[in-house]
Structures are given as structure tokens and as C-alpha cells.
Design a protein around this ligand. Structure first.
Ligand code: NAD
Ligand code: UFG
Length: 346
């Protein structure tokens, strides 16, 4: 099948491109390089020995997207494109709402016009809010988000679900019932085992694993652990860290499912196993062969204490489950970081 990946030059998109190509699908990528570079796609081609059709474009540009989608006519769109930094979204909410909401509306308009059927969307565990108790199941009511980034995910889920319902009625200008798959990612980490592609955050990393990796490689002095007074065994927050290649393989299953179904479905993509911040620091120390320096700091505003998935639905319906554990995550993150200490910029 032909898959079109918006934001496909980014962290999760590039790994998904590898998994799709290896599963025998054709891949087209649309990216405006707001947070990535074309180098990632060159490396995807190197890993797989296959070509990717690459378009530099903004997914909010209706005319251009229509042109690209008309050329490609994909069996499924996987919509990764978006701005994703929680803290930044508090500072520039309008840019976040404009980019994330507008890109999704634009894609839906183009799909309606061209009669394209299937879309898989990158949502986040953040939509569970902090009132639900983990493990989170897809049937739980969505919660209250603590930042504009989270709200954009919440709203995009709603827009896509409403569009699927409207298209099913066959009324108005819908040519075909939509198939929408919402994937709620937990904490994507790690890198492709080749060490050729991985996470390359701009500036100071916001997230735990890239921060630990940069301390380990000597780019930063030490990690600050945001709070050790939570009600957990070691006092630090617990998360469901999922290897990015497991996540990528989940997209292959989700896109194949979307292409042969109608309506909307939600799936958690997580492992179901929580790890604390200090457990991650220790595991990374083992992988890189020396301890990772850290100090305990205050809690970070907006952090939930615990977040992990119930991943049963993806296993039952998609036949997918995470295979890689914490040791593979740390091994592959370290392999990428040590081979590319400055990311794609060398
Ligand atoms: P990323 O920033 O590496 O990738 C996003 C890509 O989208 C980038 O290549 C960027 O240049 C591109 N982009 C942004 N706006 C665009 C636009 N208007 N037009 C074209 N391209 C555009 O991020 P990622 O970690 O790969 O995340 C992919 C998706 O998954 C995002 O929607 C993100 O919100 C979501 N997500 C990520 C995480 C995580 O922890 N990484 C967790 C949950 C959900
Ligand atoms: N942490 C530290 N020090 C750091 C960075 C993080 O102690 O320098 C801690 C955080 O306090 C948290 C844990 O490490 O307890 C994980 O933090 P991340 O920032 O890596 O991940 P989050 O769970 O906070 O964020 C992720 C995604 C967001 C999403 C959010 C909610 O990155 O996109 O989950 O689901 F919105």
C-alpha cells in the first residue's frame, strides 16, 4: 500500500518510514522541517535500500497539500506533523493551535475533496489528564489537559472523530466513509538499532531520555530529577517508555487496519510497564558503561505522578505488542547518541 507521512522527517515519522518500507509499503513524506531535516530521510533510504518520495511543504497549505495528495493518492495518511513541546506551547499557544489544528483541518478537507479514506493520527496519553488512574484504557473519559499542546491533541481527536461520523452518513460532499485511527502514544524513546536515525531535539531537551543521553555523552553536566517526593516506591514519577521501533511497528499495523475498516478507533501504544525516573537513569548508566550524573530538583509544573497504558486493545485488535524492553531502549539510545553526539548536524 502507499502511505503518506506528514511530519515524516521527524523522530517518530522517520522510524515509522523504516518499518513501513521494511513491511513492503511505499512511503511518501511531507515535512516543512520546522523541527527536522531531510538528512533523516536520506538515512531511512540508507537503512532500507528503498526510495522515499519527499515533499517540502506545510500541511496547513491547502493548495499545496491538495496537489501532493492528488499526485500520491495514498491508501493511508499518517499524520505526525505537529508542534510538540509542552512548555513552548504555554508560551506561544496561538502558534500551537494554528499549526496543529489547521494542519488536521486541511488534511480532512483534502481527503473529502479527493475521496481519500484512511488517516492515522499521532495522539498522546496526555489526553487522559490527571484524574484517571493508570493503567489507562481507551474507554476512560478523556481528562482535562494542563497545557495548550495537550488541548490540541484533545481537539484534533474530536475533529477527526466528528469527521468520521459525518462521512459515514454519506451526506453532503463525502465520497467515502472515513477510517480514522487515533493512536495514543505513551513515552516514545530509543532509536533504530543501526544508530543511523534517532531523536535529535533542538536546544535543551525537554524530555527525560534525550537529556540523560546528552549527559552520558558529555554534552551536559548533569540531569535534574524533577521531584523525589511523589507517592511512588522511589519518590520519582513513573512512565510507560516505549521503544520507538515498537511504536513504528504499531503504526504499520494501525495503517493496515485503517485501510480495511471504516469509522473511528482509538488505541493505546504503550508497553503496560511503568519505570521511574531513577530506574531509567540507572538502566542508562548500565548501557553506556558509566553512571549518569544527576541531582534532585523541585517538581516540574504540570507533571502527572503516574502514566502507563493498558495495551490489551492493540494486541487483541491489531495483533501488535511492544517487544523491546528497557535494556534495548537504553542500548539503542546510547548507540545513536554516541555515534551522533550532535544529532544530524554532525
Ligand atoms: P518531531 O518534532 O520530531 O516530528 C514532527 C514533524 O512534523 C517534524 O519533522 C516537523 O518538522 C514536522 N512539522 C511540524 N509542523 C508541520 C507542518 N505544519 N507541516 C509540515 N510538517 C510539519 O516530533 P515526534 O516526536 O516525531 O512526534 C510526532 C507526532 O507525535 C507529533 O504530532 C507529536 O505531537 C506526537 N507525539 C509525540 C510524543 C513524543 O514524546 N515524541 C508523544 C505523544 C505524541
Ligand atoms: N524528567 C526529569 N528531568 C528532566 C526531564 C524529565 O526528571 O530533565 C522527568 C519528568 O518530571 C517526568 C519524566 O521524567 O517525570 C518523563 O518526562 P518527559 O518530559 O520525558 O515525558 P512526559 O511524560 O512529561 O511527557 C510526555 C510527552 C508529551 C506528553 C506527555 C503527557 O513528551 O508529549 O508525555 O502524556 F504530552
Amino acid at each position: 500500500m502507499k502511505m503518506l507521512l506528514t511530519g515524516g522527517a521527524g523522530y517518530i515519522g522517520s522510524h515509522t518510514a523504516v518499518a513501513l518500507l521494511e513491511a513492503g509499503h511505499d512511503v511518501a513524506v511531507v515535512d516543512n522541517y520546522a523541527n527536522s531535516s531531510a538528512e533523516a530521510i536520506k538515512r531511512v533510504e540508507k537503512i532500507t535500500g528503498k526510495n522515499v518520495s519527499l515533499y517540502e511543504a506545510d500541511c496547513c497549505d491547502n493548495t499545496r497539500m491538495l496537489e501532493i495528495l492528488k499526485t500520491e493518492m495514498p491508501d493511508c495518511i499518517i499524520h505526525f506533523a505537529g508542534l510538540k513541546a509542552v512548555g513552548e506551547s504555554v508560551e506561544i499557544p496561538i502558534e500551537y493551535y494554528r499549526n496543529n489544528i489547521d494542519s488536521t483541518l486541511t488534511l480532512l478537507e483534502c481527503m473529502r475533496e479527493l475521496g481519500l479514506k484512511s488517516i492515522v493520527f499521532s495522539s498522546s496519553a496526555t489526553v487522559y489528564g490527571d484524574d484517571n488512574v493508570p493503567p489507562f484504557t481507551e474507554g476512560m473519559p478523556r481528562g482535562v489537559c494542563t497545557n495548550p499542546y495537550g488541548w490540541t491533541k484533545w481537539m484534533q481527536e474530536q475533529m477527526l472523530t466528528d469527521a468520521a461520523s459525518a462521512s459515514a452518513s454519506g451526506k453532503r460532499e463525502w465520497k467515502t466513509p472515513l477510517s480514522v485511527v487515533l493512536l495514543r502514544y505513551f513515552n516514545p524513546v530509543g532509536a533504530h538499532e543501526s544508530g543511523l536515525i534517532g531523536e535529535d531535539p533542538q536546544g535543551i531537551p525537554n524530555n527525560l531520555m534525550p537529556y540523560i543521553s546528552q549527559v552520558a555523552v558529555g554534552r551536559r553536566d548533569h540531569l535534574t530529577v524533577f521531584g523525589n517526593d511523589y507517592d511512588t516506591p522511589d519518590g520519582t514519577c513513573r512512565r510507560d517508555y516505549i521503544h520507538v521501533m515498537d511504536l513504528a511497528e504499531g503504526h504499520v499495523k494501525a495503517a493496515e487496519y485503517a485501510a480495511s475498516h471504516e469509522g473511528s478507533e482509538v488505541f493505546n501504544l504503550g508497553t503496560g510497564d511503568p519505570f521511574s525516573v531513577l530506574e531509567m537513569v540507572e538502566a542508562f548508566g548500565k548501557a553506556c558503561g558509566h553512571p549518569v550524573a544527576y541531582e534532585i530538583g523541585p517538581r516540574r509544573a504540570g507533571d502527572v505522578q503516574d502514566s502507563w497504558a493498558n495495551a490489551d486493545k492493540a494486541k487483541e485488535v491489531l495483533g501488535w505488542e511492544a517487544k523491546r524492553g528497557i535494556d534495548e531502549i537504553c542500548r539503542d539510545a546510547w548507540n545513536w547518541q554516541s555515534k551522533n553526539p550532535k544529532g544530524y548536524s554532525k
